[in-house]
Design a protein around this ligand. Sequence first.
Ligand SMILES: [Zn+2]
Length: 404
Amino acid sequence: MARQAKDVAEKVKRGIRKQEIEALVRRLVSIPSHSEVPTKESEVAECLNEFLTDEGVRSKLRKVEKHRPNVVASVKGTTGRGKTLMLNGHTDTVPPYDMDIKPFSPKVAKGRLYGRGSLDMKGGLGAMAVAMVAIERAHIKLQGDLILTGVIGEEGRSEGMEDVVLNGPKADLAIVGEPTDLEIQPSHRGLEWLEVHLQGKAAHGGQANRGVNAISMAARFIDKVEKELLPRLASRSSAHTLPPTLNLGVIQGGQQPSSVADHCVIRIDRRWIPEESLDQVFQEIYEVFDSVKEEHPEFKAKLKRDMSNMKTMTHVPNVVSKSNPLVRSLENNVRAHTDKKPKLTSFWGWTDAALMTHFGKTPTVVFGPGGAGAHARVEYVNTNDLLACANVYASTALDICRPE
Ligand SMILES: [Zn+2]
């Protein structure tokens, strides 16, 4: 590294303090921002906006829905020639449900910061904000813009990320700070929710042979899925992601014990790989229908997409090349700022990164801290990872947006 670049990197690093990240993440965690809060994400967005503005970063709230603004902040590049990088995280969390810890009274103990959303993902978001502030404080002139977006609704319908994809700001590359245990995750599977509606014929339970039992049909369908479809999915692999999966998540049917069930619904979670298409996903379910029908001609089923987890954009897989400069930069910076070897893996979940890569045409990689208990009863983020992440985010921003 040239002397000058080294000086710049040192200057930025000095502006990143673990205590400050912890303090910000604690503030963010102490503000509930899940779907059952009347003010939704607004208070946490205001808190983040205030933190950035107080430090001299240009930041504003942009309303997406009532009480639900995104935070959009930037450190403007000077020449317009440099590449722009977006740091992104979601401001919502899942509700506390029955946590074994106080969800909104964050505590730090033995290198862990506990609370709802600490890991998923106010930790990553806080580290991103501090990285941005450190660059602002160092008074470095970047060539390209450094952008931060804190978006609503990732645990819902990704309303916030859809708004960024449609209305900007645009970036050349982006990082989503979901928890990856400091692994670099350029790709992940798509997520499709499906419903299978089984149509039976009602009759009295004492004369069951006059009806067609939708619950029995569901059982036959499930049997075929397990014997024919699941082994096929398990044998498939992807060059980019984990193998595809199908989970039978919900089953509901019938009215009461003495009636032949005339309706039954199975709700399915299907994680699809880049090598599959959505049409293929549907087609394979239809093939299961045909297979059941051959043995049971009375079998009647309909397949429906359940789009309640998306606004308008299909939850496609995320695919970014491992040779993308952003991936290379993250690798170098993980080597520089952590005691881990950089590891390229694939996220097991679905993230907003896919919308940015696919619909926004901005290659987006997932990278964030480690911890445990996302959506669970005890959730924490490792505080050493918060510091490591802030350093990696800041150094990567310098690599991509390049100081003059
Ligand atoms: Zn998340």
